[in-house]
Design a protein. Structure first.
Length: 290
């Protein structure tokens, strides 16, 4: 046990003091093969400890802050250059002869900041006759994203953590966290979400059928002359609806030979109604000269 022996040990490695203006695009090795020499009893005493306690690779100290100051994003470092620093961390009784891999590569990406819109993929359900009154809103509606340029540039939205909210019957406002993305930081990390909900009621109306693109020399008569509509509208908007809020009609350009009816088309409706139905969906017609 007093003789000197050589052996190779797989040792974990940790990297500290990485460049503040860069982020790793590809992780360097998490362990190295260290060839060492020492007396038998020394190797036996330290072997288990060496396979557990990581070697600290202090990027800033070892490279004299080279990576932080350089505009380059790819670096390679010869492992044997740092044998003296590694030896100090192991034991004065052990001599490090070699380290594999002989070269450690560091591939960085530029760190950038960008403003990105907050979006959602909510699964919402509502009590009977209750619906979403308007779009789900966030405050702030955008957040600052910081991270690797290659990831930030591909990001269209920042999503909130997926949520399932059931049986809504009133508006909801609450703080929600943003969905985490590896290597990205968000500021702020949570936003105020508002889900506007309102009770809806039926609206029924009989409105005149509109006629589009009729030549001045002709008169187009539809049979019937009115269409019955039915839709849902929020209670708060009910008083603002009238027959003039809708345009449903026929287009003279749809007329062709052997056609004895025209389809009804929806040309204009209020943006806040839901589930519009109308009857009939087509009409007979007569063409007269003016």
């Amino acid at each position: 046990m007093g003789k000197r022996y050589e052996t190779t040990v797989s040792m974990p490695i940790q990297y500290t003091n990485m460049p503040s203006n860069k982020v790793l695009a590809k992780s360097p090795p998490t362990s190295v093969q260290v060839k060492m020499e020492a007396r038998g009893f020394t190797l036996l005493r330290h072997k288990i400890k060496l396979t557990i306690n990581p070697i600290n690779f202090n990027i800033k100290a070892f490279t004299n802050d080279l990576m932080n100051d350089s505009t380059e994003n790819v670096f390679k470092i010869a492992s044997d250059k740092y044998i003296p620093q590694f030896s100090k961390q192991v034991s004065s009784e052990i001599s490090i002869l070699d380290i594999e891999p002989d070269t450690i590569y560091f591939v960085f990406d530029k760190v950038v900041m960008a403003k990105k819109k907050v979006h959602h993929q909510l699964n919402l359900t509502f009590e009977n006759q209750f619906f979403l009154l308007d779009s789900v809103a966030f405050e702030p509606d955008s957040v600052i994203v910081r991270g690797p340029k290659s990831i930030v540039d591909t990001l269209t939205y920042v999503f909130i953590k997926n949520k399932k909210i059931k049986q809504l019957k009133s508006s909801l406002r609450k703080n929600v966290y943003l969905n985490e993305v590896d290597k990205l930081d968000f500021e702020p990390r949570k936003v105020a979400m508002t889900i506007p909900v309102s009770q809806y009621t039926e609206y029924n109306e009989s409105i005149p059928i509109s006629k589009l693109n009729v030549p001045d020399s002709l008169k187009l008569i539809t049979l019937p002359g009115k269409v019955e509509i039915n839709c849902l509208v929020a209670l708060t908007d009910y008083k603002n609806l009238s027959a003039s809020s809708f345009t449903i009609g026929v287009d003279f350009n749809d007329i062709s030979e052997n056609l004895n009816s025209l389809p009804l088309r929806v040309y204009r409706t209020p943006g806040h109604i839901k589930m519009l139905k109308f009857y009939p969906d087509g009409v007979k017609f007569i063409i007269e000269k003016n």
